[in-house]
Write a protein of this length. Structure first.
Ligand code: FAD
Length: 345
């Protein structure tokens, strides 16, 4: 049995029967056709118990420029490349499109799965295609951006293709415009304030990523020092009717548009009468006193109630129990179902 705690950022103990490192495409042949869990850097996974199968740690390397024109560049990146290093490489070259996604932990191969996003950018805005290998069919496939069915923290990889695919590489199309436009991050006041402190307009791509790094370093726990998986839940979508109801309880609750979302059910009566908005789950948790709360070896970060942190000795079951208590509290007080952003195994 292999201990998985060094392989996830929550660092909770869990064992697997076998761990196989995938360093080359040829290594994929070593994998059984079923009962395999693919792992990048483990920044979005909670093992609540031992995994009775094979864990495949994806290390596939490579950053290759496939095409370059006057205004764009197309790059294929191996699934095992570190996401932040790739963002830094693109920013150094003044290629824009993912600079707001600096310092998000994890590998390139995991980025399309939950369509990572931050500060108004999400990775689907730059993904050209995703290459994956289907273990049961023993075949490689290329999925275009539209076939990935990207939505807020969601894609086909979480549904139709769940557990059937190993992402081997991702192809991005980035813009070569040397200066970042203000419009896409103008909604994010903290980013505007930070960038104004460190650079002069017109802002370069690197200025934006530097500002993001500064903010994230102050606002998020350092996962090298403390166990965490970042935001534990997605920001919920609620109807405008529900929003009005919520505003009676939290008058200054922020809300945002939900671009590209589907209604939870086609039978939902809200579909006929109103639109949805996205609200910050962290704010709901703040209202109920979850920020900085600790129970045993699990707690929330003292600056962000949505971010669960672990202390030495924490178990996966303990983290799950804590998270379920958060969900139950939100349900009880606001009748809102929080959905896990972290993959629970
Ligand atoms: C401190 C912190 C801050 C964070 N901030 C953000 C943020 O701002 N925005 C955001 O969107 N996310 C954020 N996250 C979440 C996390 O960084 C992302 O989800 C990231 O993409 C996870 O990458 P990973 O390589 O660690 O994936 P893992 O956690 O290893 O895996 C996640 C899922 O993807 C699957 N998977 C991974 N690689 C492959 C592959 N090659 N083929 C098939 N399946 C695969 C796994 O089976 C699992 O289901 C944060 C996490 C932390 C710890």
């Amino acid at each position: 049995m292999v201990d998985l705690s060094p392989y996830t950022t929550l660092r909770v103990p869990a064992k697997t029967e076998k761990l196989i490192e995938i360093n080359t495409l040829a290594d994929i042949k070593k994998l059984p056709s079923e009962n395999v869990f693919f792992l990048g850097e483990g920044a979005n996974v909670l093992f609540t118990k031992d995994f009775p199968g094979t864990v495949a740690k994806i290390n596939l390397p490579g950053i290759n420029v496939l095409k370059e024109s006057a205004d764009s560049v197309v790059i294929e990146v191996g699934a095992g490349e570190n996401w932040h290093k790739f963002v830094m490489y693109t920013a150094e070259n003044s290629w824009s499109g993912i600079e707001n996604l600096a310092l998000i932990p994890g590998c390139v191969g995991a980025a399309p799965i939950q369509n990572i996003g931050a500060y108004g950018q999400s990775v689907d805005q730059t993904i050209d295609s995703v290459n994956y290998f289907n273990l049961s069919a023993q075949k490689s496939y290329i999925l275009s951006n539209s076939d990935c069915q990207f939505k807020y923290r969601n894609s086909t990889f979480k549904h139709e293709l769940k557990n059937q695919f190993l992402i081997t590489s991702v192809t991005f199309r980035l813009s070569k415009s040397s200066h970042s436009k203000l419009d896409y991050y103008s909604r994010y006041e903290s980013l505007q304030t930070e960038i104004a402190k460190i650079a002069e307009p017109p802002y370069a791509v690197q200025d934006v990523s530097r500002a993001v790094i500064n903010i994230r370093t102050q606002k998020m726990p350092d996962w090298h020092k403390q166990g965490t998986a970042g935001s534990f839940f997605k920001n919920p979508f609620i109807t405008k009717t529900k929003l009005a109801d919520l505003q009676n309880k939290i008058p200054d609750i922020q809300y945002y548009p939900t671009t590209g979302m589907d209604y939870p059910k086609l039978t939902d009566p809200a579909l006929a009468t109103s639109d949805y908005v996205k609200i910050p789950a962290g704010r709901l948790l703040d209202e109920l006193g979850w920020k900085g709360k600790r129970v045993g070896n699990v707690g929330t970060f003292d600056q962000h109630a949505l971010v669960i942190v672990t202390y030495p000795g924490a178990t996966g079951a303990e983290v799950y129990e804590f998270a379920e208590a958060m969900r139950a509290d939100i349900k009880k007080h606001f009748s809102i179902d929080l959905e896990y952003e972290v993959v629970i195994v």
